[in-house]
Design a protein around this ligand. Structure first.
Ligand code: SF4
Length: 348
């Protein structure tokens, strides 16, 4: 198929769900969007029952279960939205959510109530102008993070128009895009799109969202290389997901592959309390053990920052296990990567 799979019927025809599951999946689809791009479909092994790519994108009846702790806006975007499309949570940066559509819909998405055809839609030209005016009026804003939705679904023409407006804001220095496009629609990363991204004249970063090393295939690598060769810096973001990447080998391979692709590992997100996603969540203790295990196992270049978005909109907090403890006598106990403990400063 050369177009995305979007309906329960199409999922069944592709062999991703059984015919008997169609009714349940139709109930999921009433609330949460479905899309599996052709590039993602090509990554899925339909013979593997727990294929880690399929689990990220093929809906399941488990999404019909919302637990008491889960909430529609798990990271509190709406609490910090002074104008439509802007989230201003930290002093020196804002999110600009120009679109609420994606080329694929992740089953664990933390903005699943906002994205998709039934979501918040695309900003009107007037709303976009107001959002950009907000950035221009707030001189403390050093960085704008385009997210959503996936901003790289916009056409090069529309991206270029937006970049031109951002280019006029002198105090804005960094424009960062959060996107899955280089992996899930790699052909979109062409000369026209790259020219649009660069047209703002600012330093541009693209944060690639990828959760399993199999997403980093030859097509993804080539798309990222086109961005990086054009002078666009890349960082990574990964969600720690039960049954997909919560094992040391997978995480180590993913982080190493990012570095081999010249992408600096950045965020490892603890999964958010989005509705119908409890089957993806791991405990913080498990996440900390995995992250501690990466320390001795792979190069410092490959270490992600393990973070939790504090529910309610209080921002991100680093939750990696600490390797240092105050002893109470002015000295510290420091743990090395093998678990050995040492006093600092050492005995004279
Ligand atoms: S690409 Fe991002 S915004 Fe879109 S569904 Fe996936 S996690 Fe959500």
């Amino acid at each position: 198929m050369n177009r995305p799979i979007r309906t329960p019927q199409e999922l069944a025809e592709a062999g991703y769900i059984e015919a008997a599951q169609i009714d349940d999946i139709a109930r999921v689809a009433e609330r949460y969007a479905i899309a599996i791009s052709p590039a993602v479909a090509a990554m899925i092994d339909p013979t593997a029952p727990d294929d880690p790519i399929a689990r990220q994108f093929v809906p399941s009846a488990a999404e019909l279960v919302t637990t008491p702790l889960e909430r529609d806006d798990p990271i509190g975007d709406l609490t910090h939205s002074p104008v439509e499309g802007i989230v201003h949570r930290y002093p020196d940066r804002v999110l600009l959510k120009a679109v609420h559509v994606c080329p694929v819909y992740c089953r664990f998405c933390f903005r699943r109530e906002m994205v998709g055809p039934q979501g918040l839609g695309t900003l009107t030209p007037e709303a976009l102008d107001k959002a950009i005016a907000y950035i221009a009026e707030h001189k403390e804003i050093w960085e704008v993070i385009l997210t959503g939705g996936d901003p790289l679904v916009l056409s090069p023409r529309r991206l270029g128009e937006m970049m031109e407006k951002l280019a006029r804001i002198d105090h804005l220095k960094i424009v960062r895009f959060h996107s899955r496009v280089p992996a899930v629609e790699p052909d979109r990363i062409d000369d026209a799109l790259i020219a649009a991204l660069k047209s703002c004249g600012k330093t541009v970063y693209v944060a690639l969202h990828a959760n399993h090393p199999r997403e980093l295939n030859a097509a993804t690598r080539a798309a990222c290389a086109r961005l990086i060769d054009a002078g666009i810096a890349m960082i990574s973001q990964t969600v720690l997901l039960n049954g997909i990447n919560n094992d040391p080998d997978t995480l180590a391979e993913l982080m190493r592959t990012f570095v081999e692709m010249r992408i600096r590992p950045y965020y490892l997100h603890h999964p958010d309390l989005a509705p119908g996603t409890s089957h993806f969540r791991v405990s913080i203790e498990e996440g900390q053990q995995l992250v501690a295990g990466l320390r001795g196992r792979i190069s410092g270049l490959c270490q992600p920052v393990y973070i939790l978005d504090i529910p309610g909109g209080y921002g991100k907090a680093e939750i990696r296990p600490t390797s240092i403890e105050a002893r109470g006598d002015g000295c510290f106990t420091i743990r090395d990567f093998r678990g050995g403990e040492h006093r600092y400063p050492p005995e004279a």
